[in-house]
Design a protein around this ligand. Sequence first.
Ligand code: PRX
Length: 629
Amino acid sequence: MSENFDVKLDGKSYLPDPSVKESSWIQDYETAYNDFLKDPEGHWANIAEELDWFRKWDRVKEWEHPYAKWFTNAKTNITYNCLDRHIFNGKRNKVAIIWVGDDGKEEVITYRQLYREVMRFANGLKSLGVVKGDRVCIYMPLVPEQIIAMLACARIGAVHSVVFGGFGSNALHSRIKDAQAKIVVTADAAIRRGKRLDLKTLVDKAVVNASCVEKIVVLRRMSPPMELFSEIEVDFNEILDKEDKECEPEVMDSEDPLFILYTSGTTGPAKGIVHTCGGYMVGTYYTSKYMLDLKESDVMWCTADPGWITGHSYIVYGPLSVGATILITEATPDYPNPGIWWSMIEEFDVTVFYTAPTAIRMFMRQGEEWPQKYNLDCLRILGSVGEPLNPEAFEWYYRVIGKGKCPILDTWWQTETGMHMITTAVGEPMKPGFAGRPVPGIIADVVDENGQPVPPGTGGLLVIKEPWPSMMRTVYGNDERYRQYWSTIGNYYTAGDLAVKDEDGYIMILGRSDDVLIVAGHNIGSAEVESALVSHEAVAEAAVIGKPDPLKGDSIKAFIILRVGYKASDKLKLDLVYHVRMNLGPIAIPSEIEFVESLPKTRSGKIMRRVLKARELGKDPGDLSTLEE
Ligand code: PRX
């Protein structure tokens, strides 16, 4: 950790055309940041004033370490800000959502239509007995109904827990149970690369032994429509059609929970990160508008799925609260050909494009000729999220996609932070490899284990020193795990990332400091993959590490000790891969499996993954004093 990193990168930085800055919401980063430092609460109050509240706050912030309350006693509803206020401000017929299916089918939904659908589905949920505070699990493909279901929950104060449709049945089961979800909203199938992927059968498996679930709402997309059997299954469209058309927004306290979203931790099962109504709304609105520079006239395409925090914040809540048009698609980036995404940018006049480095690196491999076939002049802002944007990918993105005129925002943040925390504001000099500087409103630093700032160029731990509105409030059902975030290094919020700062205060993210893997921009806990492997009958013990992968960031390697009576074979490797796929989903599949006789452990029996990793990469394993043998 005290290694020295050469962060100069030839001192290369890129300065966008001055006109970008002049027309941006933020105007000047340094002024904005200094204004925030002079009056931190005033900064956030000014942003909150731009939104609609049923009742204003008594205090902007109450902070009793590690618990924060923001906009105390204020009342609002995030859907009022995402829908009603646009409807009442003359934007009824403005397009809210453009959806493109895997087969190219399109759907265009105006703000008025979205408002109506959300109210109808909200009433549908009420008719199933859902009340404020109930948890609703949403496990759907990337279709408009997924967003409608999220907003409908928020409308009536139900707490949504969206589970990415690519997860397997065990992952879904544990999330349903942990949140004690009363309802599961799903679809018969997702469509990927022309193939149908059954979701409902996975839900059927996941709800076994989950007696909390009272109803399963099924969107039937396929024909002939899937039969709904048991009494607990209900048709998505039927509950829409039966109900009253109006649904007043529930008056939510600023600190009422808005949603739970699960994210992987170092140990144990995934953590249910809890976000609240007021602070999350202000944070996502603020960063969509002032960081992504989103204007109502923009067409924003964030290529994530709403099943991840990126989708929650920058497909759904942020852009809709700003009143922009969002593009969503079930299409994969290279099907039917690697030009599909670029053709969509041209076709739908996308102005703000937000994707992950893994996608950019994939496109680099396919060659420049694909984006060159299309006119991408409409693009104004490019964003990146999920893992470090390496300088080569930055340069390609900047030159080939942005034609040297679009600012690139490499945004560092987390499920826990709810919103962008570190990036390079529009119009500021960009340094490839660096995410940038803290967003005005955020105090971030790179420190040693004792919480002391490390000098520029020295690696350290990334911390956030002060609370912010969209910070998570707790880990659902496990407040102790929440407190750990604020007690590991001094009194700071510990992100779990390693970073290095340069003389100008730009921060480069180096990767995780723990056993969380970032595979293709998705956060996966080693422990989760290990427990999926150990649940296979042939496996006695498993250890999982991440290996650097030029495309995916990390690729998963698993070391397996077999139970007595089982023999190592390629067939068994395939079985194990299939088993992980069914349990956790395709993103968690190990790319490599090695059968071993023993695993390095501490005397207390903990697997030392860092030793495995060092051996694998031919590096020094560091301090081995706690190793068993
Ligand atoms: O390690 C960091 C990495 O993703 C982690 C958070 O993952 P998750 O909660 O799934 O949220 C991902 C989308 C916000 C971080 O701790 N990460 C995220 N963005 C970046 C990043 N690493 C480097 N650069 C980024 N821009």
